[in-house]
Design a protein around this ligand. Structure first.
Ligand code: ATP
Ligand code: MG
Length: 256
C-alpha cells in the first residue's frame, strides 16, 4: 500500500510546492511509483510540473464535487513513474464552493482507496492555511512532512501546526504522525539562518531531518520552466539535495 504524505505548513512561501514536486520527482527517479495531488487553488504544483493552468483537465474540484474519481483526474508527467492530479482553475465562485466542499474531511481519504495500491508514495501539496483542504489532506495522510524555511516566524508556524494537529487527532481519534521537518531555502551563512536552525534543532531535534535543502536558484528556475529540478539540471545543488531527501525517507521506510 502506498504511503500518503502531506507537505504542509500553514505559512506562505516556505517551500511546500517545491518540496512536494521535487521530492516526488526524486522518488520517481529512484524507481518508486508516485502520485502528486495539488490541493492549492493557486495550482502552483501543476505549473511546476509543466501543466498549463488554462487547460480544462479534470481535477481536485471534480473529486470534491463527486463527478470524477482520482483515476479519472490523473495525468502522466515527463517522468514515467510520476503522475499528477491537478487543481482545476477556479473562478472566485467555484473557489468558494471548493472551500465549502473541502469541509468534508473524509472524502479525500475515501477517494484515495482505489489508487493506494498503484503507488508507493502519494504526496499532497497543501495550501498555506490550516483549514479546508489542508485538514482534509492531513486526515487522508499517513504522515506530514513540514518544510521549515530558514528565517523568523517559522518556529511559531510549526508550534501552531502542532496545536492544530491535536484538534485533528481528536477528530480522527489517532495522533497525526510526522514524517519530519525539512529545512528549506537554507542559508547557513546568514545570522538569521544560523539562529533559526539552532532554535529548530533545539526544540524539535527528534523530528528535524538530516537532509538540508539549500537556497538554490535552479529550484525556482526549474519551477518557472515547468520541470522538476532533476530534469532541468540534475547536477544542481537543489536537485541533489532533494534526491538525498528522498533517499533519507526511503531509508526510513525500509526501501534501502
Ligand atoms: P505557497 O505558500 O505560496 O504555496 P510554498 O510554501 O508552496 O508557497 P514554494 O512555492 O515552494 O513555497 O516556494 C516559494 C518560492 O521560493 C518560489 O518562488 C520557489 O521557486 C522558491 N524556492 C523554493 N525553494 C527554494 C530553494 N530551496 N531555493 C531557492 N528558491 C526556492
Ligand atoms: Mg505552494
Amino acid at each position: 500500500m502506498g504511503k500518503v504524505i502531506s507537505v504542509a505548513l500553514p505559512k506562505g512561501g516556505v517551500g511546500k510546492t517545491t518540496t512536494a514536486v521535487n521530492l516526488a520527482a526524486s522518488f520517481a527517479v529512484a524507481e518508486k511509483r508516485v502520485l502528486v495531488i495539488d490541493l492549492d487553488t493557486s495550482g502552483a504544483a501543476g505549473i511546476s510540473l509543466g501543466f498549463n493552468n488554462t487547460n480544462r483537465h479534470p481535477g481536485v474540484f471534480d473529486i470534491f464535487s463527486y463527478t470524477r474519481s482520482i483515476e479519472q483526474c490523473t495525468q502522466p508527467t515527463d517522468l514515467p513513474l510520476l503522475d499528477f492530479v491537478p487543481m482545476n482553475p477556479l473562478s472566485p465562485v467555484d473557489e468558494d464552493r471548493m472551500n465549502r466542499m473541502s469541509e468534508n474531511k473524509m472524502l479525500l481519504h475515501h477517494s484515495l482507496i482505489p489508487v493506494k495500491g498503484t503507488y508507493d508514495y502519494i504526496i499532497f501539496d497543501c495550501p498555506p492555511y490550516a483549514r479546508g483542504l489542508m485538514a482534509a489532506a492531513i486526515v487522508a495522510s499517513d504522515t506530514v512532512l513540514i518544510p521549515a524555511k530558514s528565517g523568523h516566524l517559522t518556529l511559531d508556524a510549526i508550534d501552531k501546526l502542532f496545536d492544530y494537529f491535536k484538534w485533528i487527532g481528536l477528530f480522527t481519534n489517532k495522533p497525526v504522525r510526522i514524517e519530519g521537518i525539512v529545512r528549506t531555502m537554507h542559508e547557513p551563512r546568514t545570522k538569521v539562518g544560523l539562529r533559526t536552525d539552532h532554535d529548530l534543532c533545539e526544540k524539535y531535534s527528534s523530528l528535524v531531518l538530516k537532509t538540508i535543502i539549500p537556497k538554490n536558484s535552479t529550484l525556482s528556475e526549474s519551477s518557472y520552466y515547468g520541470k522538476p529540478a532533476i530534469i532541468y539540471n540534475a547536477n544542481s545543488k537543489g536537485s541533489i539535495a532533494y534526491l538525498a531527501l528522498a533517499q533519507e525517507l526511503m531509508n526510513k521506510d525500509g526501501y534501502i
